[in-house]
Ligand binder design. Sequence first.
Ligand code: NI
Ligand code: MN
Length: 230
Amino acid sequence: MSVEITYYGHACFKIVSPQGKKIIIDPWLTHPLAPKEVDLGPYDFILITHGHGDHLGETVKLARTAVTEVIAIHEIQQYLLEKGVPKATGMNFGGTYRINGLSFTMVPALHSSSFPDGGYAGEPCGFVVTLENGFTIYHAGDTGIFGDMELIGELYKPDLALLPIGDHYVMGPKEAAKACQLLKAPKVIPMHYGTFPILTGTVEAFLEELSKYSFKPEVIPLNPGESVIF
Ligand code: NI
Ligand code: MN
């Protein structure tokens, strides 16, 4: 009964639940740092945080059969159904979708969202995912810091937070270190950095910023393709 998390680089994570359910978040598998070997599924669930191409990624390809259920905000669900994805569930902020012992809660993210063709993709989000054994993961999506991260911490008590640190389009190391103080998750995996030169945030800078606080979560940096087991 363990939880396996694999980082595929950028904002993409694969989660294998204690009961063997396979989840992938923001499946962009063709970016410059993407590992050569990636699990192309089939996945049980694909979670999409927003419509930008670096997060929508290869969703349509990965979700071509009804074995796979995509979970996203309403507007992205409608877009994917139109693109021929057979099974997509729409939801919105504050709601929790419970299925097969898993739960997916949609929480806000401070960002923008549009489809690659420029169309409105609803609002960007993060997800709180709770697995069969209660292990809870917060994927922040693309976001700036916002005070209600404290509420996410209080309400859902994530065991693990997946936080962007790359700066420019998302939180940088300074903001991500403060976000840790609001969330109080004991473990953090940094993401959304280094994919392109403009995403300048580094793990070293994040640790340096965290050293200014008394609450220091365990930071687990993963190279694209690496896994960790909890
Ligand atoms: Ni984005
Ligand atoms: Mn992004």
